[in-house]
Design a protein around this ligand. Structure first.
Ligand SMILES: CC(C)(COP(=O)(O)OP(=O)(O)OC[C@H]1O[C@@H](n2cnc3c(N)ncnc32)[C@H](O)[C@@H]1OP(=O)(O)O)[C@@H](O)C(=O)NCCC(=O)NCCSC(=O)/C=C/CCCCCCCCCCCCC(=O)O
Length: 720
């Protein structure tokens, strides 16, 4: 795990723990033994710590977190490195994160290659750098920089780290050779001035202002999230306490965070997100055994909001895009909007003018679908209408080359239905982007009964290339995201007619931790989207939805969202929806009397006596139908595992990651309690099928002891 060798008078400790040199017990032990050996050996005059493979170190081994700690502690290993009278040089490449950076800060010198990145991402796991990181970083760099780095977890590129004083030198060429040269240059020099524990905190005179400003920012940006707040307190203690007392304080705060439910949720999230990438089809084909189709050219059909966003995603990573619209006016408008989005990115210094020009030169706008004949992959992004989508796929089937992957950005329509319009259903796959497509990280990829493993591999790979988090699900109406979210929308509307108001529901859910409440989400995505979907389904079933409709498909139906739509209140884009906005496209949601009156009038017309609805009821009626649906989705194999559902909720609906996602949240509340409340609502609201308890949930709730989330799926086929 740590290879020890000498080169002349220099001892080299090479960490060798693939894939990312996590500091597991054997690595800590290896470093501990290595530094002791180097200190003991009179022929050794300097020591280098370096990482083998792709990276210096990704930090503590997260898999060891919930186990009793064995072997030497990181702080003890670090202390030995620092106390060595022989200079110790950390030679950094790849990433130097968390405990890895703590080790580097215990060394007397740090050199790195230009492409290296350093950082303290512990906060993203709900903890703080608990091996002296909060005490040592503000001693090597300014306290403001330390607070920013530790409370956000952002990686810092090597040139910036040099500027901050975290690194002593950036080297070019072979890292080990450069490290040897560097070690020779410092050999024999006293190490005492390089021991950070003896240094004062930098910028301590501005501590109070820096701390207050950082705290304000953290509370504003990360409401309800404990770790950043505690991180700031720990760094503050570095400036207020002597080094050793600061360490004790850091340890107390670390232990507090480590045992929190937020830390448990974030650890789960770390592995869940990676597990989602290891997709597998029922046929056994998987990420491990399937190669994607090479994609060099792409097409996007539809230059509306979604098409523009998707085109931007592709253009940003250098894919040429043939953008197709039905007429020149819509096409010109779409291209203009894409250009505006790039200009905005340039204005915000997210890209250069040159990069923007390059991206724009890669678009080929056309009204002629025949231009798609040679593309490797095409994404249809027209509005949600079965006949229209089928018509497009019928044409694509004729136009596109046989190897092309044909994707649809439908958000609800079964891929089986769309693929059936072609003679090559194996090439058809769903790529469900979330609005705004160039900003939201989630890509819900959807396979049909016929989709080939190669088509799946291609869209999963595409997701990675365009910087999305992809989750693979099986087709059904609404897939995972909208199928679960739909029930939230239904239940929110029903609560409105019973006595709640939009601002009331949103406040409860925002206090719960959602970045915006469900009514604001509806305004953001567009009131017309839900309207179109409901009316499309009704049309397919030969039903007409009117303002008098009380039941639809045997379910209690609330017409309030339809009434809002009919008033032209389509959400942010029209400047009014469930709220009023400062302008069309505005962001500031204001309570609108017109909506309050509409809701109250609606209740009266329906003969419903309005009542106060408690916080608990709002939370449960928003979350539990989605959770219940999540269990049905698992039962049906639409999602392969609960982790996939939670990933969808973090990235698609900004569900607070530190609460782990709806399925993890259910496991924290206790499945028997969740089941009991769902049964209670089912009794009270028998005409809402989303309250019929899922069978899988029932089985898990009645297990003699809580079933760990990793074992839920083993109950899906059981006969209990
Ligand atoms: C940027 C990365 C490093 C690499 O990214 P990428 O190239 O995309 O690769 P990935 O797919 O992400 O990762 C590849 C596989 O490696 C696994 N992995 C990655 N990092 C770790 C890790 N740190 N531990 C375990 N496993 C890891 C990953 O799961 C992949 O596996 P698989 O292929 O899916 O199977 C990126 O991976 C990344 O960002 N990693 C995380 C970096 C991070 O968060 N680092 C901080 C870790 S926390 C830390 O360092 C804390 C230190 C302080 C105190 C230490 C206390 C130890 C806890 C014991 C508890 C007892 C308390 C006693 C206190 C004391 O000791 O003082």
């Amino acid at each position: 795990m740590v290879d020890y060798r000498t080169q002349g008078q220099i001892a080299i400790l090479e960490v060798n723990n693939p894939p990312v040199n996590a500091l597991s017990i054997h690595v800590r032990k290896g470093l501990d033994d290595g530094i002791s050996r180097a200190v003991r050996d009179p022929s050794v005059k300097a020591v280098i710590v370096i990482g083998k493979g792709r990276t210096f170190s990704s930090g503590a081994d997260i898999k060891e977190f919930n186990k009793p700690q064995e072997g030497p502690r990181l702080t003890m290993v670090g202390k030995k490195l620092e106390e060595s009278d022989k200079p110790v040089v950390a030679a950094i490449h790849g990433t130097c994160l968390g405990g890895g950076l703590e080790i580097a800060l215990f060394c007397h010198y740090r050199i790195a290659v230009k492409s290296a990145r350093v950082g303290f991402p512990e906060v993203l796991l709900g903890i703080l750098p608990g091996a002296a990181g909060t005490q040592r970083l503000p001693r090597v760099t300014d306290v403001a920089v330390a607070m920013e780095m530790i409370s956000t977890g952002k990686h810092v590129p090597a040139p910036k780290a040099l500027e901050y004083g975290i690194l002593d030198k950036i080297v070019q060429g072979d890292l080990l050779e450069e490290a040897v040269k560097f070690a020779k240059s410092v050999m024999g020099k006293p190490v005492q001035p390089c021991r950070l524990s003896d240094q004062p905190v930098k910028g301590a005179d501005r501590l109070v202002q820096v701390f207050d400003a950082a705290m304000r920012q953290v509370k504003q940006r990360q409401r309800g999230f404990m770790a950043p707040v505690v991180c700031l307190k720990a760094v503050r203690s570095a400036a207020e306490l002597p080094y050793n007392e600061g360490l004790l304080r850091e340890n107390t705060l670390f232990t507090e965070l480590m045992s929190s439910s937020q830390c448990a949720a974030l650890r789960y999230a770390f592995f869940a997100e990676r597990a989602a990438q290891r997709w597998q089809l029922p046929s056994g084909a998987s990420a491990a055994n399937t190669k994607p189709v090479p994609v060099k050219s792409t097409g996007v059909i539809g230059a509306g909001t979604m098409g523009q966003g998707i085109a931007i995603c592709l253009l940003r990573v250098d894919y040429p895009v043939i953008l197709v619209e039905q007429n020149q006016k819509l096409l010109d408008k779409g291209v203009e909007m894409i250009q505006l989005a790039f200009k905005d990115a340039v204005r915000r210094k997210l890209m250069t003018e040159d990069a923007m020009r390059h991206c724009m030169s890669n678009i080929s706008p056309t009204v002629d679908m025949q231009q798609l004949a040679n593309v490797d992959l095409v994404i249809e992004a027209v509005y949600e209408n079965v006949a229209l989508k089928q018509d497009i796929f019928r044409k694509l089937d004729v136009i596109c080359k046989p190897s092309a992957v044909l994707c649809t950005n439908t958000s609800t329509i079964s891929i089986d239905i769309i693929a059936s319009a072609t003679k090559r259903p194996g090439s058809v796959v769903g790529t469900h982007f979330f609005a705004p497509a160039h900003i939201m990280r989630l890509l819900e990829n959807v396979y049909s009964k016929d989709t080939s493993a190669q088509a799946v591999a291609t869209v999963m790979d595409l997701g990675k290339k365009i910087g999305k988090v992809s989750v693979l699900v099986k087709t059904c109406h609404g897939f995972v995201a909208n199928r679960m979210f739909h029930h939230q929308g239904q239940e929110a509307a029903l609560m409105l007619e019973e006595g709640a108001l939009p601002e009331h529901i949103d406040k409860v859910m925002e206090d719960f931790g959602m970045s915006i409440g469900p009514m604001k989400v509806s305004d953001l995505s567009g009131v017309d989207i839900g309207w179109r979907i409901r009316h499309e389904v009704a049309k397919m079933e030969g039903v007409e939805l009117t303002s008098q409709t009380r039941f639809f498909r045997g379910e209690r139906y609330c017409t309030l969202p339809d009434k809002l739509y009919e008033l032209g209140r389509l959400g942010r884009k029209t400047g009014k929806g469930w709220y009023r906005y400062e302008k069309p496209g505005g962001r500031v949601a204001m309570v609108d009397d017109e909506v309050t009156n509409l809701i109250k009038k609606h209740s009266a017309e329906m003969g419903i006596e309005r009542r106060g609805i408690s916080t608990q009821e709002i939370q449960e009626r928003i979350l539990y139908p989605a959770i219940n649906e999540g269990f049905r989705i698992l039962e049906e194999g639409v999602a392969a595992k609960p982790e996939d559902i939670d990933v969808i909720w973090w990235y698609g609906f900004s569900f607070p990651r530190y609460m782990g996602g709806p399925m993890f949240h259910a496991s924290q509340v206790g499945l028997s309690k969740v089941y009991e409340r769902i049964c209670y609502y089912h009794q009270n609201f028998p005409y809402s099928s989303h309250w019929v308890p899922s069978d899988l949930l029932r089985k898990l709730a009645s297990a003699p002891s809580p079933v760990p989330i990793s074992q839920w799926m083993s109950y899906s086929q059981s006969k209990l």
